[in-house]
Design a protein around this ligand. Structure first.
Ligand code: GRF
Length: 187
């Protein structure tokens, strides 16, 4: 099987990146993590790229032409698929147009509920019964592209923002690889 050259975009801890790297080492997994892009120099997730000898690059997304720089790197590493894993920057139209239907994101809520930031505090405030994660295609509108997979769990009255985050991330580690398998099985 020819694996798709994939770039993972991160800004923080990178635990989803680590999980995708582990999965990608399986021969039957459809993608190879060929590049990691971070817009935070100090992102802890870079350590996973280093550890597994995956090329990584820091792009300062506060500069105007940052998306052209990203596109150059994507070209250099022949990237045909992009996973956003905790990338705290809205992807520019320029990149979305060039990678139509080839960018996916993982979001810590059951979309379309709780788009954007601070999902867990808003869920608690709203007395939600269920939490979870969503993997979706990225389009020009924030957290609004077609859903590939969702996984949920019941919220109980002892849950806090921290426990919700931990439980959600456990589901994310299953949802993200499953979504990728689903996409490439259908192509
Ligand atoms: C994940 O919980 C994801 O849902 C959100 O950002 C978080 C990234 O976590 N978009 P990590 O950096 O993969 O540990």
């Amino acid at each position: 099987m020819v694996k798709k050259n994939t770039c993972v975009f991160i800004s923080g801890q990178g635990t989803n990146l680590r999980n995708l790297i582990f999965h990608s080492r399986d021969n039957s997994f459809p993608v190879k993590i060929s590049l990691v892009i971070t817009n935070k120099k100090e992102a802890h997730g870079i350590n996973f790229a280093k550890k597994f000898k995956i090329p990584y690059v820091f792009i300062d997304t506060t500069f105007n032409n940052y998306d052209n720089k990203i596109l150059l790197y994507l070209k250099k590493y022949k990237i045909s698929f992009i996973c956003l894993a905790g990338f705290m920057k809205v992807i520019s139209k320029n990149i979305i147009n060039k990678y139509q239907g080839k960018i996916i994101n993982i979001h810590p809520s059951l979309l379309p509920k709780f788009k954007g930031l601070n999902t867990f505090s808003r869920m608690l405030k709203n007395k939600e019964k269920k939490a979870g994660c969503t993997v979706h295609f990225v389009n020009a509108k924030l957290d609004s592209g077609n859903v590939i997979i969702k996984k949920n769990f019941n919220i109980n009255n002892r849950d806090t923002e921290i426990t919700l985050k931990n439980k959600t991330q456990k589901l994310e580690y299953r949802a993200f690889p499953e979504a990728i398998i689903r996409i490439f099985r259908n192509i």
